[in-house]
Design a protein around this ligand. Structure first.
Ligand code: URA
Length: 267
């Protein structure tokens, strides 16, 4: 693909269009080893080597990252005061990456980060009904018919009931670990159940898997709250065909492989 040098550099994260124009003028850019001071120069993103102060400035039209979001970070591209999930993506080439959908500050798990707006729209559009699967630890008395309530839709105070959600109850943690052997989830559960903190000691914790197709604000927390329960821990494991890589620790990320990208784009 042929694009202007200033667009190339701006996309690659070297500043705004005006900033990179100044950079080019300052004489630190080479194209295939030849100095270039002309921002309007066309470069081929596939074959030309652009260097900034001697360092190669790689180009990617699209980038796709899977992040294991840790608790404590906000899901935003940038923030004036706080560190965001984008700050964890150290190897990013582009400056226009954004998280697809939002996880609450205290929610952990799978987060897709890309600059592919079309894909993001397809994954998030309400009409597309893309499954998002989470595991959750809740406290409170569980209604007998909770699976049916969630299947029928819950009144969480919005105009409409929530779309049908699939709920699967695991009477024992071991039952959950059989289908999802996640040591981090296990540690979290053990930490909660073994806590000496008087405010939570003796509390009964229940484990569910929940699959929703929407992405309303605090949706899962509000659904459980509406039936008298409280979400203590929430972790997302999948979004459509994309599954959280068990090899990623919280805070780690990796690029999606070709099959993962293809599967998401095919949906
Ligand atoms: N539902 C919630 O309540 N929080 C999340 O982070 C995601 C879904």
């Amino acid at each position: 693909m042929k694009i202007r040098l200033d667009k190339y550099l701006a996309d690659a994260g070297f500043g705004t269009r005006n900033e990179v124009k100044a950079l080019v003028k300052s004489g630190v850019i080479t194209i295939n080893g030849t100095l270039c001071k002309d921002s309007s120069q066309k470069v081929d993103t596939d074959t030309d080597e652009i260097c900034v102060r001697g360092e190669s400035a790689g180009y990617a039209e699209y980038e796709y990252y899977m992040l294991h979001k840790p608790a404590g970070l906000i899901t935003a591209s940038r923030d004036k005061k706080e560190k965001t999930v984008l700050d964890l993506i150290k190897s990013k080439k582009r400056r226009d990456l954004f998280p697809v959908g939002r996880l609450d500050r205290d929610t952990e798990g799978l987060l897709l980060i890309t600059n592919d707006g079309e894909l993001s729209h397809r994954l998030l559009a309400p009409g597309k009904h893309i499954d998002k699967c989470y595991a959750v630890i809740v406290t409170g008395k569980i209604p007998e018919d909770i699976e049916i309530l969630f299947e029928n839709g819950i009144d969480i105070g919005d105009d409409k009931l929530t779309k049908p959600a699939k709920l699967r109850y695991f009477p024992e943690l071991e039952d959950f670990l059989k289908i999802n052997n996640d040591p981090i989830f296990q540690d979290k559960y053990n930490e909660l159940t073994g806590s000496d903190d008087p405010s939570v000691k003796g509390e009964k914790y229940s484990v569910f898997e929940i699959t929703i197709t929407e992405g309303r604000y605090h949706e899962i927390k509000r659904m459980f709250e509406a039936v008298g329960c409280k979400v203590i821990y929430l972790k997302r494991y999948s979004m459509g065909s994309l599954k959280l890589d068990p090899g990623l620790s919280p805070g780690d990320y990796r690029e999606l492989n070709e099959n993962e990208i293809k599967a998401l784009l095919e949906k």
